[in-house]
Design a protein. Structure first.
Length: 192
């Protein structure tokens, strides 16, 4: 799926597609032709919906800590998380990987270092996550098989964009595929 999910960006870079939707970290590398003009923007929204736009839902990599481990391991984990949370470490991580910084201090440091000025479009991911105070629905998502479900949705969207399905047919297929993945997750994780 990863190769299929990346084809719009590849086509965009070759100037064979007028637009592309990509992760914020890819913005600096998304120019289609050297010295070409590229615009960046947030995900579109419908202004007629009350409260729009809302914060985007964060996704991506996660660090997990196992339970029932020796106390010394948790001390090491706490020290590691404290290190990762330092503004200078988060700023460097954000600037080199495209992952969003986990603290406002790291975002502010990145801005002060001129990163966003040198790399147009790279602040949009953060700005899209934070236009309003967080809500219960925007603080993150706990969904079994989230990545697989997201891939199914993206796959169905590609069917719409390529003219192979109507929007309604693709949405219906995404729901069916997502529900199937959720049932698989439930069977594999009965205690959750």
């Amino acid at each position: 799926m990863a190769a299929a999910a990346n084809w719009p960006s590849r086509a965009f870079k070759r100037a064979n597609a007028p637009s592309s939707s990509a992760l914020p970290g890819l913005a600096p590398t998304s120019r289609p032709i050297p010295n070409s003009e590229v615009g960046y923007g947030m995900i579109p929204y419908r202004p007629d919906i009350a409260g729009a736009p809302q914060n985007s839902i964060i996704g991506g990599a996660t660090l997990w800590v196992l339970r029932d481990r020796p106390h010394a391991e948790y001390t090491g984990v706490a020290r590691f998380f404290a290190y990762l949370s330092k503004p200078e470490v988060q700023a460097a991580w954000h600037q080199n990987t495209g992952y969003l910084p986990i603290t406002r201090a790291a975002f502010d440091l990145t801005r002060a270092q001129g990163f966003y000025d040198r790399n147009p479009g790279t602040a949009i991911g953060i700005e899209q996550m934070t236009p309003k105070p967080p809500t219960e629905n925007s603080k993150g998502i706990r969904l079994g098989s989230f990545v697989l479900i997201r891939d199914a949705i993206e796959d169905e969207l590609e069917h719409v964009f390529s003219g192979k399905r109507t929007a309604q047919a693709a949405l219906d297929a995404a729901v069916e595929r997502g529900n199937r993945l959720l049932r698989q997750f439930e069977r594999a994780n009965p205690d959750r």
